[in-house]
Design a protein around this ligand. Structure first.
Ligand code: NAP
Length: 292
């Protein structure tokens, strides 16, 4: 069994990006700029946005955070999106989810200029992904594709089973694995809560990608000997440690790992790649790679 070291890959890509940014600055240019809109005081959202800001700083990007109270009106939030759409100094921006219930998140995401939609959630970017056209890829599936690529894991003609059909992970993941390319060219099965006899499907997987949001859900008897297992889940489990919690995934790691050819740990696997993908999308936006 080989552990897929997301941290090592993430650090290598960040170093590559930092060198490119340094060259831009040396040549007298301004670095790429990523902005984030943060509404309310959800602790997880605060943590995610803070780590995105830290990652930007580490590689030389500039960044800004637009913070608003949870009672901001939808109209005001749409005005902020319009402002960032039109700000020439902002190469890309994200709206940190979830948004308060009185705001229609779909409407806000659709208002983002697709050319600055570095989270890749806009219907135009999702549609372009489905059609195999250049687009900003949603960060988590894009990070998984990078892990498969950098570890040289064969995907062509292999059976990939994706657990979970969310718009941000499962569905785009299934599209990426089935589309032409390397990684890609897999035969894909997408499972969800209505899938019957889930174990009989997951046991056919050469590559199993778990994104269902239930800690330790994937057990050893659901995994074929020699499978590649990618664990997207992130769960904070309370314990007696000094920190008071530990992080675990959707896979019962201790029992599943011995059966795998490759497996991602949690933490240190997929999660660390997500921010890297966001940085890569911002760099692509800076270079007008997707929308020339
Ligand atoms: P989500 O929106 O809650 O979707 C969960 C999916 O799993 C749904 O499609 C659901 O089916 C399916 N599902 C739930 N229980 C199931 C069961 N018993 N059997 C089969 N399918 C089941 O989740 P998400 O946003 O994709 O996130 C999934 C996990 O990844 C979470 O732990 C989240 O924290 C983590 N995550 C990590 C990152 C990262 O950077 N590593 C990024 C995003 C999310 P239905 O559609 O039928 O309801």
């Amino acid at each position: 069994m080989k552990l897929i070291d997301g941290k090592q890959i993430a650090d290598a890509i960040k170093a590559e990006l930092a060198a490119k940014v340094a060259a831009i600055i040396d040549a007298g240019g301004d670095p790429p700029h990523l902005a984030a809109i943060l509404v309310g005081d959800d602790p997880a959202s605060q943590t995610y946005v803070a780590s995105k800001e830290k990652a930007c700083k580490a590689i030389g990007f500039t960044s800004s955070i637009y913070r608003y109270d949870a009672d901001i009106t939808e109209k005001k939030l749409l005005d902020v999106v319009d402002f960032l759409n039109n700000d020439p100094e902002v190469n890309g921006f994200i709206v940190q989810l979830p948004l308060p219930k009185h705001i229609n998140a779909g409407k806000v995401l659709e208002r983002i200029n697709p050319a600055k939609d570095v989270d890749g959630f806009h219907p135009v970017n999702m549609g372009r992904l489905a059609l195999g056209l250049p687009s900003y890829l949603p960060a988590t599936p894009a990070g998984i594709m990078l892990l498969l690529e950098r570890y040289g894991i064969e995907t062509e003609g292999r059976h990939c089973v994706v657990l979970g059909r969310s718009n941000i992970v499962g569905t785009p993941m299934s599209l990426l694995m089935s589309r032409k390319g390397n990684p890609g060219n897999s035969t894909v099965t997408l499972c969800h809560s209505k899938t019957r006899d889930l174990g009989s499907v997951t046991r056919q997987a050469d590559i199993l990608i778990a994104a269902i949001g239930q800690p330790g859900f994937v057990k050893a008897d659901m995994v074929k000997e020699g499978a590649v297992v990618i664990d997207v889940g992130i769960h904070r489990i309370a314990d007696d440690s000094e920190k008071g919690y530990h992080i675990t995934g959707d896979v019962d790691f201790d029992n599943v790992a011995p059966k795998c050819s490759y497996i991602t740990p949690v933490p240190g696997g997929v999660g660390v790649m997500t921010i890297v993908s966001l940085l890569l999308n911002t760099f692509k936006s800076f270079n007008h790679e997707i929308y020339p």
